[in-house]
Ligand binder design. Structure first.
Ligand code: NAP
Length: 489
């Protein structure tokens, strides 16, 4: 076995061993630990932001906001742990004189074990080393092994050190978090297929997320993989709103398409509209807005190459025309924002046009009528988001769209833009395949913890042997379902 592979085996073995220790720590200890990670990340100050800016080419303001979101997420999970009801404890007491006798059965959520997290290139903080996957898995009671994204390796190392320091000062078991800097697919495969690995979290490309899912399925004992992958986030532009609001919608959408040079999984990559009076005005305005956006550097040369290649491929397809692009020519790894246009009949016949072009690009599909619009919308695969832009009169004329929307995406918006994912308990960041490999969960908000736990029932346990959350006296003072009634008693 070569040295690198042996190292990965040791990492996973240590993670499995640390899991048995970490499970014994209290919710309060875990909460303090997560809060210490947040404080340590803040303690890295401007040097962390400067390193991330150097590695990712993202602007300082964006990175500062993303760091705030990351530390907020850690504190949110700490709060969840202190409140405690997230474990969904339920108690069904025994009825000995029933025939047959009903046993005492109690249930709660239990951590899966070591989780392998693949950091995302486009969120060096919020979806990387100490991002949502790591924070939610540690909150669940799982140990974590992060495979750093090669595009921001040094940033990842700085954050990993902040977590390691928190482990020491919080007196947590040493290997509950480990950081792996191998940058080859084989290492990823070994981590996913290692017997100690219990689950996987990933954000990135369809090919990457699908590969990890397939590695996990090919194991002797398949494990859950939560891959959050490509999405083109279809937006329906209804006729009455285009007639009245073409200019403001064009401005709003040019901003959303080019935000962060389009490097968001919620980027609106597909606009769908019916050929009507307001559409022509919208096309003209959107074209002008996009032409005025200057190119900017993308995250890394691979993403830049993929953007350029995939856009050229889409534009070379039959019936697809370039509607507008930035009037400034890009240099180096800069992206040139662009909008293409095609008719519904072309889109419906050509699956390539459904593929994500990751960057500041969107395809406008024009439809003859409502039926064609619905055909285009429902032909796309599972999505993270879908948006309906319309007036009250539009929503009366097109009310059937509201019934269709939940089968398309995990988040449905009315009159807004899909970029910008609020971190709160009601957020859903996930969706039917291929937006994610498991549409039952979200990657954002406290509900993200559910990806790393499973329910366990305890039958006929004496009180002294039960986990704290299930003991008769409710020592954690959490909400529990007791004999079908929610109570803190
Ligand atoms: P990526 O290629 O999916 O890589 C992400 C991570 O997964 C990396 O650590 C990579 O390993 C690993 N990986 C990828 N394929 C693998 C495989 N077959 N086996 C084992 N490990 C694998 O993402 P990226 O580098 O950030 O960007 C590439 C493309 O992904 C972009 O051009 C864009 O199209 C898409 N993307 C989409 C989103 C989204 O949210 N929808 C976000 C980011 C990127 P290594 O470290 O060994 O390279």
């Amino acid at each position: 076995m070569n040295k690198d592979i042996a190292e990965l085996h040791i990492v996973m073995y240590q993670s499995g061993k640390a899991f048995t220790e970490y499970r014994k720590t209290s919710p309060e200890q875990k909460a303090n630990f997560l809060e210490t990670i947040a404080s340590n990340i803040e303690g890295l100050g401007d040097s962390l932001i400067a390193k991330a800016a150097e590695e990712t080419h993202l602007p300082v303001a964006r990175l500062t906001g993303e760091r705030g979101r990351t530390t907020m997420q850690l504190r949110m999970f700490a709060q969840m742990l202190r409140e405690g009801s997230w474990v969904q404890a339920s108690v069904d007491t025994a009825i000995p004189d029933k025939t047959p006798a009903k046993p005492d059965i109690r249930k709660m959520l239990y951590p899966l074990g070591p989780v392998v997290v693949f950091g995302a290139s486009n969120f060096p903080f919020a979806y990387s080393t100490a991002g949502g996957d790591t924070a939610s898995a540690l909150a669940a009671g799982c140990t974590v092994v992060v495979k750093a994204h090669p595009a921001h390796l040094q940033t990842s190392c700085m954050v990993a050190e902040a977590i390691t320091q928190a482990i020491r000062s919080s007196e947590m078991p040493e290997h509950i978090f480990q950081h792996v800097t191998h940058t080859d697919f084989e290492s990823g495969k070994i981590l996913v297929q290692h017997p100690a690995t219990a689950a996987v979290g990933f954000t990135g490309s369809y090919s990457g997320g699908r590969a990890l899912y397939d590695y996990a399925a090919a194991r002797k004992n398949p494990i859950p993989v939560f891959s959050e992958m490509g999405s083109i986030n279809p937006v329906i532009l209804l006729p009455d709103t285009l007639q009245h609001n073409a200019e403001s919608i064009a401005k709003q959408y040019a901003g959303s398409i080019t935000l962060g040079m389009g490097q968001f999984c919620t980027n609106p990559g597909l606009l769908i509209a019916i050929e009507a009076e307001g559409l022509h005005h919208f096309i003209e305005k959107l074209g002008n807005e996009i032409a005025a956006v200057a190119p900017a550097q993308m995250l890394h040369p691979g993403i830049h190459k993929a953007y350029f290649t995939k856009m050229q491929l889409a534009l070379a397809e039959k019936g697809v025309d370039l509607l507008s692009q930035s009037t400034v020519l890009p240099t180096g790894i800069e992206a040139q924002p662009a909008i293409a246009i095609t008719k519904a009949a072309n889109f419906l016949q050509n699956p390539l046009l459904q593929e994500e072009v990751f960057g500041p690009y969107s395809l406008l599909v024009t439809c003859k009528d409502k039926e064609e619009l619905i055909a285009v919308w429902t032909s796309v695969t599972g999505q993270l988001t879908t948006t309906l832009m319309g007036t009250d009169s539009d929503f009366t004329d097109f009310s059937s769209l509201l019934d269709i929307a939940p089968s398309i995406a995990g988040r449905i918006l009315i009159n807004g833009v899909p970029t910008g994912v609020e971190v709160c308990p009601s957020m859903v960041h996930g969706g039917p395949f291929p937006a994610s490999t498991d549409s039952r969960f979200t990657a954002v908000g406290i509900e993200a913890v559910k990806r790393w736990v499973r329910p366990v029932a305890y039958q006929n346990f004496p009180d002294a042997l039960l986990p704290e959350a299930l003991k008769n006296g409710n020592p954690l003072h959490i909400w529990r379902m007791i004999n079908n009634e929610w109570t803190k008693d």
